[in-house]
Write a protein that binds this ligand. Structure first.
Ligand code: NAP
Length: 259
């Protein structure tokens, strides 16, 4: 049983859908005050209404995480609404699948900005609020794709997710003076709106290649994020946890067929 995080102020970027929505639901169920941030207002407000219907204190802030002014505004709005900031879940990201031969260089830049620069912007904007609060927690959503595995079409995505982990190492040192920890969850294939866009064939093939024989659900990631944000994880920083149903383990197709 973790110490209650009731009343803590939490931002979840990309909280309008998928993994972010799952993180928001897990934190809200523990009594945290949750700010959902995303570009699309309709999905964001719908996610907030769902949280409020279950009795949570939640709000939506429109934000493009690749834009510095927008990120600063998200943090300021949250601090004003909830009286500070305790946890930053920098989760928003995108995964367009394009092989290098077909990729316009602008797509590379856009994925880096959304997935990697955003981590830096979200952390940088949070530091003054964490300093005021006497501490804080950052949880990044990285991936197995890039740091551990590869997949055709995701050279930019994999580089951005590995880049997050490079950022994590130095960020954990710089943030320690503010009593802030930073850690990353590395999901395998999690059933989300974004993953559904890749098609049923992709989903079926992936599920068959996972030892636990199913895609992950968003609460699987939310629970790992909650642990990193808990008091009990206060001495863990600069670390990662893979949440993938064992996906990275099999050595070969035969190995998975043996199960
Ligand atoms: P998703 O279902 O497509 O949801 C993405 C969320 O991010 C949405 O709320 C989206 O809202 C928001 N977003 C995207 N670009 C944004 C921007 N520039 N500014 C602010 N918000 C933005 O994706 P997901 O599958 O939940 O993935 C979430 C995170 O998990 C990503 O970082 C992804 O790389 C990572 N991940 C996912 C999986 C998986 O299997 N699903 C596996 C490993 C890692 P708007 O579009 O309205 O802005």
């Amino acid at each position: 049983m973790l110490t209650s995080i009731k009343g803590r102020s939490v931002i979840v970027t990309g909280g309008s859908k998928g993994i972010g929505k799952g993180i928001a639901q897990v934190f809200a169920a523990q009594g945290a005050k949750v700010m959902i941030a995303a570009r699309g207002e309709a999905d964001g407000m719908a996610a907030v209404e769902e949280l409020k219907a279950s009795g949570a204190d939640a709000d939506f802030c429109q934000c493009d995480v690749s834009d510095w002014e927008s990120v600063q505004n998200m943090v300021a709005t949250t601090a004003e609404k909830f009286g500070g900031l305790n946890v930053m879940c920098a989760n928003a990201g995108g995964f367009p699948q394009t092989k290098m031969v077909d990729m316009d260089p602008s797509e590379w830049d856009q994925v880096m900005a959304t997935n990697l620069k955003s981590a830096f912007l979200c952390v940088k904007a949070s530091i003054p609020q964490f300093e005021k609060a006497g501490g804080g927690r950052v949880v990044l959503t990285s991936s197995i794709t890039g740091p551990v595995t590869g997949f055709p079409g995701w050279s930019h995505y994999g580089a951005s997710k590995s880049g997050q982990l490079g950022f994590l190492k130095t960020a954990c040192m710089e943030l320690s003076r503010y009593n802030v920890t930073i850690n990353a969850v590395m999901p395998g294939n999690i059933y989300t709106e974004g993953l559904q866009d890749l098609g049923q064939d992709y989903l079926d093939t992936m599920a068959a290649s996972i030892p636990l024989k199913r895609l992950g659900n968003v609460a699987d990631i939310g629970n790992a994020a909650l642990f990193f944000a808990s008091d009990e994880a206060g001495y863990i920083t600069g670390q990662t946890i893979i949440v993938d149903g064992g996906q990275i383990i099999p050595e070969s197709l035969e190995a998975i067929e043996e199960i």
